[in-house]
Design a protein. Structure first.
Length: 587
């Protein structure tokens, strides 16, 4: 990996071992970027507890034994015991050239790639997607892209709610409205659900028919399954449209709804009973995982078979864990599910561990997230108090972006303006979500997310477009004879020479890309990549103000700065792509 951190860390550990013995060789140098130098290590503060003595003396011994020949031009002890490292310009130049020549832009493959199953989006097919489905869909898709970028085999699983009691009333209403008419993809599926719900609540005869229909569905009645498949197929077409609008990588092949696990539920229950984990409680079959108690301290049950003999979400979720580890071969299970489900998922994971379905090295992680709030700091609603439809939200995003783009660049032709508006509008919605610490709620604010200043998607997209405009101007001015198909002159990667302070800061920012991506893959926190991209764009802005590009003093300097511009644009575009956001060439 081109990140200098990966050159510095082994040297620090060797110096620590030489100064204080091999038993301390694994000490973390705690390297980080610094305002006073390129990097700063505070390992001395950590070693003080083990070694005693003044941290500054410890730091001095380490610094004296550091072998950073060809890497650092200066190593200094500062403050209470920090070690500041300033890299050689020639080292930075080589590292940047390596990244420029690397198709992966410095993202190394994970040393031990895994099969990772990501459970995300997961709406109920009986209802239209609303703003509540936004975070799981956006977060999950970004994580899937990032994990694939580091070399993991990612299996997307869209755990649709396509089974269970509600389908009795939906299918019976489908019969009442005519063969297939009620499942027309052009109809308002929310209205269809509400009509079925209303009949179920108000008409006892319809309610009885609906309950019988559930029995027929779960029993495998072919005529009922035909209706169910038709309803599911129309709903899937609707979902495909929504996912395309959002720019998600989820496809029809990734759907693994609750119905997939229905044939496995008896096996799951029998296995839990055979292993002595499940027992009767108030007529239901339950597992009481250790460590989970109610308000009065009573053990909390995970119900695997209800009193009436039916199965609930807990059983389906257990079957999913079993299927994903045994059949799909997953070693890492990632659940992108809202925070309110934390206890339920923790209980499912614990029972799966007790049953041996989630045994090391396999493990499960809950990617919890908060809610999307309105300006009143309450759940985002329409003015009439209804849940915001996702389709309406996305359409409004594009319309608002269309107005912003028309004002900012009225010279764009209509087709390009429309393309840019969609990229900016959808990108703004996604980035506002991804740039927030996922565990926290965030306020949905159109003016902030569509701003061209600050940590927003439009700011990053505009930075990319501005860089690309440099190459269009360079091509028109004949700065370079060789050009890409879109007439953007691009210098060879070997042209990079780092000299000016702003060039150094931009180079250091570029070199951190691979580490930022790996950090997201490890922590499952996409906002860290957003923070990185914003810092990169900010470093470029400073570079562009302080270092003339097309009007550089020499041909060598101009080529070097063009190469830095090109690499910055490529990293921004790739970073946005990992977040599921487009990077327009013009804005």
């Amino acid at each position: 990996m081109a990140d200098p951190l990966h050159s510095l860390a082994p040297a620090f550990q060797a110096a620590i071992a030489a100064a204080f013995g091999p038993e301390h060789a694994g000490a973390d140098p705690a390297l980080r970027r610094s305002d006073r130098a390129d990097y700063q290590a505070n390992v001395a503060l950590g070693l003080r507890k083990q070694l005693g003595g003044a941290p500054r003396d410890i730091a001095g011994k380490i610094a004296a034994l550091l072998d950073l020949g060809g890497v650092a031009e200066r190593v200094e002890v500062a403050g209470a015991g920090y070690i500041n490292v300033t890299l050689e310009s020639s080292f930075l130049s080589r590292a940047v050239r390596e990244v420029a020549a690397d198709p992966a832009l410095g993202i190394d493959r994970a040393p031990a790639p895994e099969t990772v199953v990501i459970d995300y989006s997961s709406p109920n097919i009986a209802k239209e997607m609303h703003v509540g489905h936004l975070r799981s869909s956006i977060l999950g898709d970004a994580l899937a892209r990032v994990l694939e970028a580091v070399g993991d085999r990612v299996v997307r699983q869209n755990h649709l709610g396509d089974w269970g009691t509600p389908f009795g009333m939906l299918l019976e209403h489908l019969v009442d409205t005519g063969d297939g008419e009620g499942a027309d993809a052009d109809r308002d599926i929310n209205a269809f659900y509400q009509a079925a719900r209303g009949k179920f609540d108000q008409d006892p005869l319809f309610a009885d028919r609906a309950r019988r229909r559930v029995v027929l569905l779960q029993g495998g009645d072919e005529a009922t399954l035909v209706l169910w498949r038709r309803f599911v197929a129309e709903s899937r077409r609707y979902l495909a449209t929504m996912y395309a609008k959002l720019g998600l990588t989820l496809t029809d092949a990734d759907i693994a709804g609750e119905s997939l696990y229905n044939p496995l539920l008896d096996e799951v229950t029998a296995e839990l009973s055979a292993k002595g984990l499940a027992r009767e409680s108030d007529g239901a079959l339950c597992v009481f995982p250790p460590g989970f108690t109610g308000r009065e301290g009573e053990p909390l049950p995970l119900i695997v078979r209800k009193q009436d003999g039916g199965y609930g979400y807990g059983t389906t979720d257990l079957a999913a864990v079993r299927y994903r580890t045994a059949t799909l071969g997953a070693r890492r299970l990632v659940y992108v599910v809202g925070s309110p489900q934390s206890q339920h998922l923790a209980m499912v994971f614990k029972v799966a561990e007790l049953a041996g379905w989630l045994a090391p090295p396999a493990r499960a992680e809950h990617v919890a997230f908060g809610s999307v709030l309105g300006p009143d700091k309450k759940m985002l609603k329409t003015r009439s108090g209804e849940t915001v439809r996702l389709l309406d939200l996305l359409d409004e995003a594009v319309q608002r972006a269309r107005e912003v783009i028309a004002e900012k660049n009225p010279e764009l032709d209509p087709a390009t303006r429309e393309q840019v508006a969609r990229a900016v509008g959808i990108g703004a919605v996604k980035y506002a979500d991804l740039s927030s610490d996922r565990i926290k709620d965030y306020v949905f604010d159109w003016s902030r997310m569509l701003a061209f200043e600050g940590n927003t998607a439009p700011y990053l997209q505009y930075a990319h477009a501005r860089i690309r405009s440099i190459f269009r101007r360079a091509s028109q001015a004949g700065e370079r004879p060789r050009a890409l198909p879109d007439d953007q002159a691009v210098p060879p990667p070997g042209a990079v020479v780092i000299a000016a302070p702003a060039e150094r800061q931009l180079a250091l920012a570029i070199l951190g890309f691979g580490s930022a991506v790996h950090e997201v893959a490890e922590t499952l926190q996409p906002h860290r990549l957003c923070t990185y991209l914003f810092s990169l764009a900010t470093a470029f802005s400073t570079f562009y103000e302080q270092c003339p590009v097309l009007k550089a003093a020499t041909d060598e300097e101009r080529l070097s700065r063009l190469a830095l511009c090109d690499l910055t644009a490529r990293v921004i575009a790739r970073g946005l792509e990992l977040l599921g956001i487009e990077a327009p060439e013009r804005m």
